[in-house]
Design a binder for this molecule. Structure first.
Ligand SMILES: *Cc1c(COP(=O)(O)O)cnc(C)c1O
Length: 407
């Protein structure tokens, strides 16, 4: 028998406060956590059908689509894999736009599934070079093209409107990972001609990890309906689409996560979708301004910069890992470094979900102390002041103060 007293883990002794400031998973509001604690519903009963239908109705405007939205129990990577499984037949060609770590992941998934994968690579931190993509489309025939909407490793946002225009009258399927974008960065799936959007619960949608979602346009649905495809069962979109038409899922869905999602989506709509996007923009801009003022300039070079993750360059002589570690040890503030070619050269902080100006000012006040403690010359207060000025300017532009998400 295992003694219960011995089952305590580090998770039982969290620092207080524990500030989850990652680019995902993100802090989950109390209201959303409480929704998960409600009684488990019959997944084929009327109450749960109602919840599924509500989740879809509230997600559609955030996606900018009229497509049905399929939900699966999996992380974002699961949805990326599922999308490729359903679109590609063995040996078909896939073009992956790679301008960061998650673009590389999409290519790795394609290879693991046995597709013929070509990469069109761009410098990390830059946006997507549309002419380079166009040139590749002339050189070979591809079934699908993958792109990361919001590259969480670099802070670059892809110009999906331009990609959609390029592909509108072509046969290739445009598959977009908006795991860290949806809810924080504008998405207009139908207007832009995006065939597939995959996303997940644990980023700007303010839920715990565990729920993936996908929205398929008509062009993608026609490809999914083919008989030649990769072997698939749980992730068979044909089955899921048929169930969705009856407000059901083919198998038992993570019902508590769906309850959480509905609660979080209600919060987003109570704030107003546009207001939420404006808030994300203002908070990320303020953090960039504050970072620049204390010697941590923006790493991102793309014309469109993320409002959900801020990637700051670490000056020579300092290590990103040391900043991340000290933030956690001193303040219980959990930010991210990089686990790729940018390791120790950048730090990454989430600016998505349930956040207010005070969170950003706290980040900067703590960063100032940490940098000073690591021997980096920093004018204490400069980052906080720059962020406060930036917030003030954003508020004037928006015509109202930036506040927290509806709670
Ligand atoms: C977080 C994230 C994912 C998904 O990662 P999982 O750990 O599988 O949920 C995928 N793409 C991007 C751009 C992300 O930020």
């Amino acid at each position: 028998m295992i003694e219960v007293a011995m089952t305590r883990t580090a998770a039982d002794d969290l620092p207080d406060p524990y500030r989850l400031r990652l680019p995902g998973p993100t802090a989950v509001p109390e209201r959303v956590r409480a929704a998960m604690a409600r009684p488990v519903l019959n997944h084929r009963g009327p109450e749960f059908r109602g919840q599924l239908a509500t989740a879809e109705r509230l997600l559609q405007p955030i996606l900018g689509t009229e497509n049905s939205v399929l939900l699966f129990g999996c992380s974002g990577t699961g949805m990326m894999e599922a999308a490729l499984l359903n679109l590609l037949a063995p040996g078909e060609r896939l073009l992956c736009i790679v301008h960061g770590q998650f673009g590389e992941r999409f290519a790795a998934i394609g290879e693991a599934l046995g597709a013929v994968v070509d990469r069109v690579e761009m410098e990390w931190g830059q946006g997507v070079d549309i002419s380079a993509v166009a040139a590749r489309l002339e050189a070979a025939h591809y079934r699908a093209i993958t792109v990361i909407h919001n590259e969480s490793s670099t802070g670059a946002v892809a110009d999906l409107a331009a990609l959609g225009t390029l592909l509108r009258d072509r046969p290739e399927i445009l598959v977009v990972d908006s795991v860290s974008g949806l809810g924080a960065v504008p998405m207009r799936q139908d207007e832009w001609g995006v065939d597939v959007v995959v996303s997940a619960s644990q980023k700007a949608l303010m839920c715990p990890p565990g729920l993936g979602l996908v929205s398929l346009g008509a062009k993608a649905r026609a490809v999914v309906a083919r008989h030649t495809a990769m072997p698939r069962f749980y992730f068979d979109f044909r089955r899921a689409l048929e169930s969705a038409s009856k407000a059901e899922t083919p198998f038992t869905p993570p019902t508590a996560h769906v309850a959480a999602l509905v609660e979080a989506l209600e919060m987003i709509h109570a704030e107003g979708m546009e207001a939420a996007l404006t808030r994300h923009q203002a908070l990320s801009t303020a953090l960039r301004a504050g970072g620049a003022a204390i010697g941590l300039p923006d790493f991102t070079r793309a014309p469109l910069r993320s409002s959900s993750v801020v990637v700051l360059s670490v000056p020579p002589g300092l290590l990103g890992g040391a900043i991340v570690r000290t933030m956690r040890e001193r303040y219980g503030s959990v930010i991210a470094g990089a686990r790729n070619r940018l390791a120790d050269r950048v730090i990454r902080i989430g600016t998505m979900g349930f956040l207010a100006p005070g969170d950003i000012l706290t980040d900067l006040q703590q960063l100032e102390e940490v940098l000073a403690g690591l021997g980096h010359p920093v004018e204490v207060g400069a980052g906080v002041a720059a962020a406060a000025r930036s917030l003030h300017a954003s508020a004037r532009e928006a015509g109202k103060t930036v506040v927290r998400a509806a709670s």
